[in-house]
Ligand binder design. Structure first.
Ligand code: 2RA
Length: 329
């Protein structure tokens, strides 16, 4: 397998290299690529040095799979070129997610819909992945009619500059870079840009991507996305209303046996998911599972995952692993 990463110097790209090594991904060749200013930079993979090459040079290598994590503009420009020479693109940007011709994949949920002609595969937004991981098995059992989500999102979702802004502010240096206000000791009800309808792009991604992945456009979804001064992962408070009457014990059992999910839920022992402990993990953590006494057929729960892992790099690599296992390549 010849695999390339585009955007290797970014936060997600770095996690991708780490996970390829940790998961012993079957590789014949690994190519690391990034913007021209990073060409020549060095990375370690399995104790060997790899130099960053340009996207054009990666293109000339004709990789079997390319993991894109360099933003929408690069994906729009380069993904069709790579797919045109037979590479399979797994794209972590938002460029193709809502394109009706492209599939939006969370392997535990809908990878079986992939076929050999899918040459550009979209990786969902981080906050959506962890949400649908928990929603989907419950939807299969009780049919969700409505979801209300509030997120508490790590600065790592914005990127390295945001992490730098937080670290500098912790030390008392306030020179705003990424956010319109300080993030240290603050909470911003604002992730990504605002759209015409007064929701942010991040909120609209949660709404639209969730429906596409679950293949159900009848679910009512509303979201508020919030940036918090945290680095370990995204947290989500989720209120779910079902068409069928849910049973809390049964919900526990379903989530306990769902692959990729870890239930952390023991109020007597103060056990619940937190970004401090989800940091650098590949699973999605769920807890605070409880009945909503204010509305029929409704529950509340709390979901946490490392947005750079299952929310981005892990999911992309799992898609690649699925393609290999199922002989799509
Ligand atoms: C964020 N969803 O956390 C973004 C990252 N993809 O802002």
């Amino acid at each position: 397998m010849k695999l390339g990463i585009i955007g290797v110097t970014g936060m997600v790209g770095r996690v991708m290299i780490h996970l390829l090594e940790k998961r012993n991904f079957p590789l014949k060749k690994l190519y690391l690529s990034a913007s021209n200013k990073s060409v020549g930079k060095e990375f370690f993979f399995k104790k060997k040095i790899y130099k960053v090459i340009s996207i054009y040079d990666l293109f000339l290598k004709k990789p079997d799979i390319v993991l894109f994590s360099a933003g929408s503009d690069i994906s729009k420009k380069w993904a069709p070129k790579f797919s045109g020479i037979g590479s399979i693109v797994i794209d972590n940007s938002s460029a193709w997610r809502m394109d009706s011709e492209k599939k939006l994949i969370v392997p535990e949920i809908n990878a079986s819909c992939l076929c050999k002609k899918d040459k550009i595969i979209a990786n969902p937004n981080c906050s959506t992945i962890q949400l649908v991981m928990v929603l989907f098995p419950l939807h299969m059992k009780y049919e969700i009619s409505r979801i209300i989500i509030s997120t508490y999102q790590s600065v790592t979702g914005t990127g390295k500059q945001a992490l730098d802004q937080l670290c500098k502010e912790q030390k008392g240096h306030f020179s705003l870079k990424v956010y319109p206000y300080p993030i240290y000791q603050n909470v911003l009800p604002h992730c990504d840009q605002f759209t015409e309808n007064r929701y942010t792009i991040e909120e609209m991604k949660l709404i639209n991507e969730t429906k596409k992945i679950m293949n159900d456009y009848n679910i009512g979804i509303t979201a508020t996305s919030v940036r918090v001064p945290v680095i370990g992962g995204h947290s989500e408070s989720v209120n779910i209303t079902f068409r069928k009457k849910p049973n809390i014990d049964c919900i526990y059992k379903i989530l306990l046996k769902t692959k990729g999910i870890i239930v952390q839920d023991n109020p007597k022992k103060n056990i619940y998911p937190m970004p401090l402990y989800a940091h650098k993990k590949d699973e999605v953590f769920v807890g605070r599972i409880r009945k909503d006494f204010s509305f029929q057929n409704s529950i509340n729960l709390w979901i946490v995952a490392d947005n750079l892992h299952k929310g981005a790099a892990t999911n992309a690599i799992q898609i690649a692993e699925f393609l290999i296992k199922n002989k799509h390549i």
